[in-house]
Design a protein around this ligand. Structure first.
Ligand code: NAI
Ligand code: MG
Length: 354
């Protein structure tokens, strides 16, 4: 297979962690006889410095022509005074909407080797955790009509969803659940919100096409409580944009370090954008201490969701698992007695284990 990747290293630790992810992808491709090509493009602060805009049109074009995008992170204090319409973070929103990426997957996995980093009691986490949050990414209140009254004393943001928007994200959730253990929990606020009643009815309709899956519904306030009370009841969480934003942050916290969590943003075809969930961490940029695992696990998601290379994806995840098992730790996940390594050292440990 030939893999055509657009690479957006971005700012801060972005270039450091992306470099390690590329080493991993190179090794996987070499071992499995795939060819891979990369085209590196500018976005975020790096793009502002070079060409004056955070998302140059050429970047979007190159991304559109690729099979998948690998993104580091964008932003940093250096660009805090840039006008808001051209902020580095705007590039991310521009990429997501410009590429039509309506489905955001955020797996929250707590490895058993890192249990001591989890803020929950050990009897609650048991042997580890593995939850997949499926968040709608281009609809809902974030994209609805917004405004304020002339006197400035009233403001509004309208939450709106159409049946097709709910259907397509629900299908994604069920397809993912089929590859896991078939359990989908849809989160809404159907006791109060009209959009949530449409959400609930539509997800029930879609479920009929997936007889091998189960579907439960929870109100979002209850779901946020259940996530810390008994996280093992969840496998796939399906939810709208804002609820997903909040719940995925909550879910990520129970896995210990933000440096561990990958994400995928997808649409109907196989195209996808893959990135760690953390930001550009300007406080540790260039120090060779950033944890590259979130970005490396994003490569595993790319292999799985864009290229349908499950065996190759498994091999990346297994190498990460083994590096942790063998005691390798970047400072953010370090505990006494382990082997402390930097960004490159963790990359070495993982590449060696593929
Ligand atoms: P952040 O995620 O960059 O950093 C939060 C804390 O986690 C920092 O102490 C950082 O050192 C640490 N951290 C993050 N990633 C790490 C890793 N891989 N290994 C070890 N430690 C890690 O969030 P923050 O500080 O709020 O934002 C910094 C900049 O990044 C801002 O400009 C923000 O807008 C931007 N940002 C960009 C995102 C993206 O590109 N997807 C997402 C979130 C923030
Ligand atoms: Mg958020």
């Amino acid at each position: 297979m030939n893999l055509k990747i657009a690479v957006v290293p971005g700012d801060g630790i972005g270039p450091d962690i992306v470099a390690q992810a590329i080493r991993v992808l190179d090794k996987v491709c070499q071992l499995n006889n795939h060819s891979v090509s990369y085209e590196t493009v500018l976005a975020g602060g790096a793009a502002i410095d070079k060409v004056g805009v955070s998302l140059p049109p050429e970047t979007l074009e190159v991304c559109k022509k690729s099979d998948a995008v690998l993104l580091g992170a964008v932003g940093g204090p250096k660009w805090d005074k840039v006008e808001s319409s051209n902020r580095p973070e705007k590039a991310l929103l521009g990429l997501r909407s410009g590429l039509g990426l309506f489905c955001n997957l955020r797996p929250a996995i707590l490895y058993k080797q890192l249990k001591s980093a989890c803020p929950l009691r050990s009897d609650i986490i048991g042997d580890g955790l593995d939850i997949m949050v499926v968040r709608e990414l281009t609809g809902g209140i974030y994209f609805g009509k917004k405004g304020k009254s002339e006197d400035g004393n009233e403001a509004y943001d309208i939450m709106s969803y159409t049946r097709p928007e709910i259907e397509r994200i629900a299908r994604k959730a069920f397809e993912i659940a089929q590859k896991r253990n078939g359990k989908v929990t849809s989160v809404d606020k159907a006791n109060v919100l009209e959009t949530s009643r449409l959400w609930r009815a539509t997800t029930e309709e879609v479920k009929k096409d997936y007889p091998d899956c189960s579907l439960d519904h929870l109100y979002v306030d209850n779901a946020s409580m259940q996530l810390v009370r008994n996280p093992h009841q969840f496998d796939v969480i399906l939810t709208e944009n804002m609820f997903g934003d909040i719940l995925s942050d909550e879910a990520s916290m129970i896995t210990g370090s933000i440096g561990m969590l990958p994400s995928a943003s997808l649409r109907e075809d196989s195209f996808g954008m893959y990135e760690p969930i953390h930001g550009s961490a300007p406080d540790i940029a260039g120090l060779d201490i950033a944890n590259p695992i979130a970005t490396i696990l994003s490569i595993a998601m790319m292999l799985r969701y864009t290229f349908s290379l499950a065996k190759e994806a498994d091999s990346v995840e297994a190498a990460v698992y083994q590096a942790l098992e063998d005691g390798y730790r970047t400072p953010d996940i370090y505990t006494d007695g382990m082997i402390k390594v930097g960004t490159v050292g963790m990359g070495d440990a993982i590449v060696e284990r593929i």
